[in-house]
Design a protein around this ligand. Structure first.
Ligand code: S2G
Ligand code: ZN
Length: 497
């Protein structure tokens, strides 16, 4: 008796013409993958000599998750390739056998992009974490995908240069995943996103082709720049197996200000004032609920004499006393205009780090409640309107919810963390949060914004892709997916559900 693997069962009902007529079962379709019951892990182990294949439950548990708090579905195996050739071999075998693969880096994703839907095989890049090359002249470093973000920052600093992409999870996230989600972070307002850092990308496509895109060139006018297709593709077009990153001059000495304000409109007035007078490297905001939770979670003292409705953390170049004076004049003008209520400026690197904890500690403080997250963006000029309409939505839809609103206001990105009330079941909470996401994604989309600013679409936000992308765009994206992954094995169900 030959066991076969059932990939999916489709139960087909008639669509009742009228509501009083019951739908009737008209058919059951069983889709069989032409695999013998041989385990995916066995197939891959045979196809890729030397590939480390794990089915240990503990590894399945750790590597089948990311930070999205989705219900856990175990992968059938986790594989740990150690070379481009091993990745190529395993992709070829998976494409031939119809084995779905899920790429996994630092597993710090927030949209479920590295989680399983059924019995996929997770491809972990934990064993591809070498720094392969460095060029002082090109100011580029070439790394394997499993190199941790913080390691690249450290390597750049050792060379007297700077890798500016920075965010709270940089100690765990991997470069491959940063590129696959085009990670942003706190200094986008000055340095842009990960995309700006990618000078070259080696990728294994779903057909098993190894593409060596751009190879570190500054100029290359030879047709479509395919590397940019892979940046932000969430592992659905190919697996990143090598990245050449462009490093930059280190920043000048900087200062950090924590400011207390009355309203979001005041935040944007201060942003315009500070941006016109100083070299900003960050301009972040967070509301009073965020301040409450970060102080509670991180055990931080009140930074200002009074509590304020809104706070800003801004960082700017301050190489000398003239600039320091200019910063203080900005502050004074903000107070005179009534935009600023109070503020404090760091006098040392240590104090700067301490002030940053009020912003960088929010996500971790909220994580205790397993919050539901929205990650929205609009153009900077529409932030005040967006935020007042967003706040009105929350006041109307869920006045009983504890909602934290914070983010990178300098680049138009607003994060929302909704905390589940104690008395509400997870099912009810999830249901209400889906309705909220419906509303706020349509609000952002209706203003030309995005339902996902930097965390990616993944699994969690796939139902709302169409609030941001048009039908023709989604058709084009599906066409590109079919070209690069004809067998549909690369991170199926993510981004383009
Ligand atoms: C931030 C971090 C992730 C989160 O703090 O800027 O992107 O949980 C977020 O919101
Ligand atoms: Zn963020």
């Amino acid at each position: 008796m030959r066991k076969v693997r059932v990939r999916a069962i489709r139960i087909v009902f008639s669509a009742p013409e009228s509501v009083d007529r019951q739908a009737e079962l008209v058919g059951v379709e069983i889709i069989i993958v032409d695999n013998t019951a041989m385990e995916f892990s066995t197939i891959l182990a045979q196809a890729c000599p030397g590939l480390r294949v794990e089915t240990d439950p503990q590894i399945l548990g750790s590597h089948g998750r990311d930070w999205s708090d989705l219900p856990f579905i175990s992968p059938s195996a986790v594989v740990f390739p150690e070379s481009v050739e091993q990745v190529r071999q395993l992709v070829l075998a998976a494409a031939e056998k119809g084995i779905p693969l899920v790429p996994s880096g630092g597993r710090t994703g927030l949209s479920g992009g590295a989680t399983c839907l059924s019995d996929e095989v997770v491809v972990s890049f934990d064993r591809m974490r070498k720094i392969l090359d460095y060029s002082a002249v090109d100011r580029t470093v070439t790394v394997e995908p499993g190199v941790v973000t913080q390691a690249v920052q450290g390597f750049a600093a050792e060379k007297g240069l700077y890798y500016p992409v920075s965010f709270a999870s940089e100690g765990s996230s991997q470069i491959g995943g940063n590129i696959a989600t085009n990670a942003g972070g706190i200094r986008v307002v000055r340095y842009g996103l990960t995309r700006e850092r990618v000078a070259g990308l080696k990728v294994v496509t779903g057909r098993g082709d190894v593409l060596d895109c751009n190879r570190g060139l500054v100029k290359n006018a030879s047709g479509y720049d395919l590397r940019h297709l892979f940046v932000g593709s969430e592992g659905t077009l190919g697996f990143i197996v090598e990245a050449t990153l462009r490093l930059i001059d280190p920043p000048r000495p900087s200062r950090v200000m924590l400011l207390g304000l009355e309203s979001m409109e005041d935040v944007m007035s201060c942003f315009a004032l500070f941006q016109s007078s100083l070299e900003l490297s960050a301009f972040e905001f967070f509301d009073a609920r965020s301040m409450y939770h970060v102080r509670d979670g991180e055990g931080l003292p009140a930074p200002l004499d009074d509590e304020c409705p809104v706070y800003v953390i801004t960082e700017f170049d301050c190489p000398d006393e003239d600039i320091e004076q200019r910063a203080l004049e900005c502050f004074e003008k903000g107070v005179d205009e009534g935009w600023l209520h109070d503020g404090v400026m760091s006098q040392s690197v240590q104090q700067g780090s301490e002030l940053w904890r009020y912003r960088e500690g929010i996500a971790e403080a909220a994580a205790r409640y397993a919050p539901y997250k929205n990650d929205l963006s609009v153009v900077i000029s529409r932030v005040p309107e967006f935020l007042s309409r967003l706040r009105a939505e929350f006041d109307c839809i869920c006045p009983d919810y504890d909602v934290l609103i914070y983010g990178h206001i300098g680049d138009g990105n607003v994060h929302v963390n909704i905390l589940r009330p104690e008395g509400e079941s997870q099912a009810d909470f999830d249901q209400r949060c889906k309705a909220i996401t419906d509303s706020v994604s349509k609000l952002a989309g209706g203003m030309g914004g995005s339902a996902s600013a930097e965390h990616g679409i993944g699994l969690l936000k796939a139902p709302w892709l169409s609030t941001t992308r048009s039908g023709p765009e989604i058709d084009m994206m599906k066409g590109i997916k079919a070209l690069f992954d004809p067998a549909g094995i690369l991170n199926p169900g993510k981004l383009l559900a």
